[in-house]
Design a protein around this ligand. Structure first.
Ligand code: DAT
Ligand code: MG
Length: 138
């Protein structure tokens, strides 16, 4: 059976804080294979496609603005159950309560903004992974 793939984004807060290498290194150290990597200045159009499931939510516009605020490191990792495995490494959405030992738990906090700045994105299903990889690596 062919290996699963996931889209990993290091969001503008992670890149600006100099955590790109640290975060990628955790994913590599877990054993997943890095197969694509680039630094991107996202456009609003790209982000509207990427975050289409969140249109209309109160944090949607702040989320798009945040993702436009600086470069994003976009990566594709490969491996058995990598979608689930990366989300486990990332931790839960809210950095305040994300478990210590996870990326969000170790490096994130609440800044009192309208959107949670939580360092990373990871696809949540095989369907979203293929859709998102198609958007970021067209
Ligand atoms: P995740 O990134 O854990 O998959 P998500 O897809 O539900 O979370 O939301 C996308 C991003 O939007 C998330 O990483 C941070 C932000 N966000 C989600 N829910 C939020 C909320 N209730 N308040 C503020 N920001 C939120
Ligand atoms: Mg999500």
């Amino acid at each position: 059976m062919s290996d699963e793939r996931t889209l990993v984004l290091i969001k503008p807060d992670g890149v600006a804080r100099g955590l790109t290498g640290t975060i990628l290194s955790r994913v590599e150290a877990k054993g997943y294979k890095l197969v694509e990597l680039k630094l991107v200045n996202a456009t609003r159009e790209l982000l509207e496609r990427h975050y289409e499931e969140h249109v209309g939510k109160p944090f949607y516009e702040p989320l798009v603005e945040f993702m436009l605020s600086g470069p994003v490191a976009a990566a594709v990792f490969e491996g058995q159950r990598v979608i689930e495995g990366f989300r486990s490494l990332a931790g839960t959405t809210e950095p305040t309560t994300a478990a210590p030992g996870t990326i969000r738990g170790d490096f994130g906090r609440d800044w009192g903004l309208k959107v949670q700045q939580n360092l990373v994105h990871g696809s949540d299903s095989p369907e979203s992974a293929e859709r998102e990889i198609g958007i970021w690596f067209a």
